[in-house]
Design a binder for this molecule. Structure first.
Ligand code: ATP
Ligand code: MG
Length: 317
């Protein structure tokens, strides 16, 4: 469904080139949810925005690689073809629902825009059905309302409705619940899981929290410093992590402490883009690091459980 191979994406920062994503290869299987997990700045959103071709000069550029959505290489698509793909095949739910909604327009008019394929006289019915299935009880009465009349959780449901109205093959959700309280978060996560199963939606689910990933995803790609350090079936990766960074993320997420302490559980901080080490980006913080880790990027090793990792000195199993 989505096949990313050897993706390298740059940002142009004040005359300098910063590599935010380096040699990322990733396959999203049809009908499954794949979590992209990693700390802030690891390049998760950059991967998603590269798929949607949202990184263009002067902001940045895809420097290398191919990205196939349903077989079409979006890195080679014309602007017209790309708009077509975005209009019909890819639904996007951003972290902050307010960015997906226009305060000046009614809920109905914003969803209608995403469903030109639905016959005019069936649109209201289709929207009511969609919103109802997303847990908005009195949907019909609320179509004429504006975003500010909705709570945060409800606004995120409307953002999901807009993403789904086009009946996409691929849903990209970038930290879709971070702005919400825990109860609402769980409701939205359950909803996304149900929609995936009912609609056979291929989902890219971006989160910094591996526990959230475990609630809704079947596959995972762990990112650090712009590279995928470990990927594969989520259960396999969680049960037997090979990359020390994955191990550290899992250790940190099982600690029953406040968010600040959790961050501190992995000591040190991620690399800055302009000073990317030539070897493994995690080497400076890695308990297993040896000389080769600092000089050479490890090749990818495949395991019998279907997962892969890139590490010279993997976690002993
Ligand atoms: P977060 O969890 O904070 O959303 P992320 O994993 O999504 O982080 P990205 O947003 O992909 O990370 O950013 C990767 C790197 O690229 C970061 O170092 C970030 O500072 C840099 N970056 C992101 N957007 C831009 C931009 N528009 N211009 C320059 N650098 C950028
Ligand atoms: Mg992000």
């Amino acid at each position: 469904m989505l096949e990313i191979s050897n993706l390298t994406t740059h940002y142009f920062q004040g005359g300098q080139v910063a590599t935010a994503v380096r040699g990322v290869s990733l396959t999203l299987n049809k009908g499954l949810a794949t979590a992209i997990v990693g700390e802030s700045g690891s390049g998760k959103s950059t991967v998603a925005m590269s798929v949607m071709r949202m990184i263009r000069p002067p902001i940045g550029d895809i420097a290398e690689g191919t990205i196939r959505v349903n077989g079409t290489d979006v890195t080679a698509a014309s602007p017209k073809r790309m708009r077509e793909i975005l209009r019909t095949s890819i639904g996007f739910v951003p972290q902050d629902p307010t960015t997906a909604l226009d305060p000046l327009y009614t809920i109905r008019s914003q969803i209608v825009e995403a469903m030109p394929h639905v016959e005019r006289n069936k649109r209201t019915e289709t929207i009511v059905e969609l919103l109802t299935s997303l847990g908005i009880a009195d949907a019909r009465d609320r179509l004429r309302e504006h975003p500010h009349q909705f709570s945060g959780g409800m606004r995120q449901r409307v953002a999901i409705a807009i993403a789904l109205a086009k009946e996409p093959d691929l849903l990209i959700a970038d930290e879709p619940t971070t702005a919400l309280d825990v109860t609402t978060q769980i409701g939205i996560l359950r909803l996304l899981d149900r929609l995936r199963r009912e609609r056979h939606l291929t989902t890219m689910f971006i989160t910094h929290d591996i526990r959230v990933a475990r609630l809704v995803c079947q596959d995972v790609a762990v990112m650090y410093g712009g590279v995928v350090v470990e990927s594969g079936p989520l259960s396999a990766v969680v049960e037997a992590p090979s990359h020390p960074y994955t191990q550290a993320l899992l250790d940190a997420s099982s600690l029953d402490v406040g968010p600040r302490q959790r961050l501190r559980a992995i000591s040190g901080s991620p690399p800055t883009l302009l000073s990317m080490p030539s070897g493994c980006p995690f080497a400076p913080r890695c308990p297993n690091a040896t000389d080769i880790c600092r000089s050479e990027m490890p090749a990818t090793t495949r395991k019998a459980d279907g997962s892969s990792f890139a590490c010279w000195n993997p976690v002993a199993s």
